[in-house]
Design a protein around this ligand. Structure first.
Ligand SMILES: *Cc1c(COP(=O)(O)O)cnc(C)c1O
Length: 386
C-alpha cells in the first residue's frame, strides 16, 4: 500500500515560497538581492525610538488586547480619515493583525466556504493562492497582460458565476505596478454590488502611488458594507520585520475576521503597535518624502534595466518593476533567474510563480527598487554585462 502523503491535498503544490529559494541563492552567491521586497535601510529613527521606549516602559511586553491596542486602532482610523476621507470607529471597525499577511489569511478563512470562488488578479501575491487553498475555496484568475497590465472588465464580468463569493483586489498591484484608475474602480464596485460579492482589498502600497494617489474601493457607493480593507506598516514605514498590519471594515466584517484572527496568532508585536501608532501620525512630509525617494529609485532602476536590454514596464505604484527578458534572447524567466546570480551577481524573481497560467508570465521577471541608490547602481552595472 502506498504511504499517504504528509502534506494535505489543500496545500499540495504550494511548496516553499520562491522568496526563500532566491534569498538563499543571493546569500550563497553574494549577489545583490533585488528579489524579495524588503528595504535595505530601516524606517524613521523616531519610530524606532518609539518602539524602544514602549519596550523599556513595559508597554506591550505582555499580551496586548485581542483587537489591537486602542492607541493604534485610533491612529489607523485617523489615517483612513486623513488620507482617504473614510470614517471608521476604532472600537468596532478596526482590527490589528500580524502584518497584512495574517489579515489576508484571517479574512479569507473567515469569509469563505469550501467551494466558493474567489476572483483575483493574476499574477497574484503568493499568499493569496495559499490562503484561498487553506479555506478550501477555488481561485479564479483574471489575468493582467503586458504592456499596461490593465484588467479586462468584460473578462471580469464573464468570470462571475453563482459560486463567486469574493473579489480579492490588490491595488497598487504587486508585481505589475498597476494602479486601478477611477473607471476601473467604479466598474469593479458596480459588479460587486450587482452580484452581491464581498471584496477584500490589499492596499499595502497605498503610499507608493507615483501620480494621482491611491483611491480605496471602500470609498465607492455600496462598497463600505461589503469591503474588508487591508494595509500594513511594513511597506509604508520600512519595517517589514515588525509585522504590524490592520483591517478596516463594517463591524460585522471586522467581527468575522477577528473570529479567525484570534485563533491564528491571537495577538502580536505589542511594543511595535505603540510605535506604529506614532508612525501613522507622522506629518505629510514623511509620506511625500518616502514616495519621492522611491520614485527616484524607480527611475534609476527602470533606466538601467532598459539600457541593459530588458523590456521595462514602468510601474505606476509599488516598489517593483516587471520586465520582459525576450529582447535579451531569453524565453524562460525561471531559468534566467536561477542563472542570473552566477552570470552577473544579481537576484530577481520569475513572475511565472505568481500565475496559475504560467505561460502568461513565462518571460517576465520582477526586480525591486527599495534598495540604497548605490546598490541599485551597482546592480545596473552588473546587469549591463549580460
Ligand atoms: C508585502 C505584501 C504583503 C504582506 O505584508 P506584511 O505586512 O509584511 O504581512 C501583502 N500583500 C502584498 C501585495 C505585499 O506586497
Amino acid at each position: 500500500m502506498e504511504a499517504r502523503p504528509l502534506l494535505n491535498r489543500r496545500l499540495n503544490g504550494l511548496g516553499t515560497t520562491i522568496f526563500a529559494e532566491m534569498s538563499a541563492l543571493a546569500t550563497a552567491t553574494g549577489s545583490i538581492n533585488l528579489g524579495q521586497g524588503f528595504p535595505d535601510t530601516d524606517g524613521p529613527e523616531e519610530v524606532r525610538e518609539a518602539a524602544v521606549r514602549a519596550l523599556r516602559e513595559g508597554r506591550g511586553n505582555q499580551y496586548p488586547p485581542g483587537p489591537g491596542i486602542p492607541e493604534l486602532r485610533t491612529a489607523v482610523a485617523e489615517h483612513q480619515q486623513r488620507f482617504h476621507g473614510l470614517t471608521y470607529d476604532p472600537d468596532t471597525e478596526v482590527l490589528v493583525t500580524a502584518g497584512a499577511t495574517e489579515a489576508i489569511a484571517a479574512a479569507l478563512l473567515a469569509l469563505l466556504e469550501p467551494g466558493d470562488e474567489v476572483i483575483a488578479f493574476e499574477p497574484f501575491y503568493d499568499s493569496y493562492a495559499a490562503c484561498i487553498a487553506m479555506a478550501g475555496a477555488v481561485r479564479v484568475p483574471l489575468t493582467l497582460r503586458p504592456p499596461a497590465f490593465r484588467p479586462d472588465l468584460d473578462e471580469l464580468r464573464a468570470l462571475i458565476t453563482p459560486r463567486t463569493r469574493l473579489l480579492l483586489i490588490n491595488t497598487p498591484h504587486n508585481p505589475t505596478g498597476l494602479v486601478l484608475n477611477a473607471d476601473e474602480l467604479r466598474a469593479i464596485a458596480e459588479l460587486a454590488v450587482e452580484h452581491d460579492l464581498l471584496v477584500v482589498t490589499d492596499e499595502v502600497y497605498e503610499h507608493l502611488v507615483f501620480s494621482g494617489g491611491h483611491h480605496p474601493l471602500a470609498a465607492l457607493p455600496g462598497m463600505r458594507e461589503r469591503t474588508v480593507s487591508i494595509s500594513s506598516a511594513g511597506k509604508t514605514f520600512s519595517f517589514t520585520g515588525w509585522k504590524v498590519g490592520w483591517v478596516t471594515g463594517s463591524p460585522e466584517l471586522v467581527a468575522a475576521v477577528r473570529t479567525a484572527k484570534q485563533y491564528l496568532t491571537y495577538v502580536s508585536a505589542g511594543p511595535f503597535q505603540y510605535a506604529v501608532a506614532e508612525a501613522l501620525r507622522l506629518p505629510d512630509e514623511y509620506f511625500d518624502g518616502f514616495r519621492a525617494d522611491l520614485l527616484r529609485k524607480r527611475d534609476l532602476l527602470a533606466d538601467g534595466l532598459a539600457e541593459a536590454g530588458f523590456r521595462v514596464f514602468v510601474p505606476e505604484g509599488t516598489y517593483f518593476i516587471t520586465t520582459d527578458i525576450t529582447p535579451l534572447g531569453e524565453k524562460d524567466g525561471a531559468d534566467f533567474c536561477r542563472s542570473l546570480p552566477e552570470r552577473c551577481g544579481v537576484v530577481a524573481i520569475p513572475n511565472a510563480v505568481f500565475y496559475d497560467n504560467t505561460d502568461e508570465g513565462r518571460s517576465l521577471v520582477r526586480f525591486t527598487f527599495c534598495k540604497r541608490d548605490q546598490v541599485l547602481r551597482e546592480a545596473v552595472e552588473r546587469l549591463r554585462r549580460l
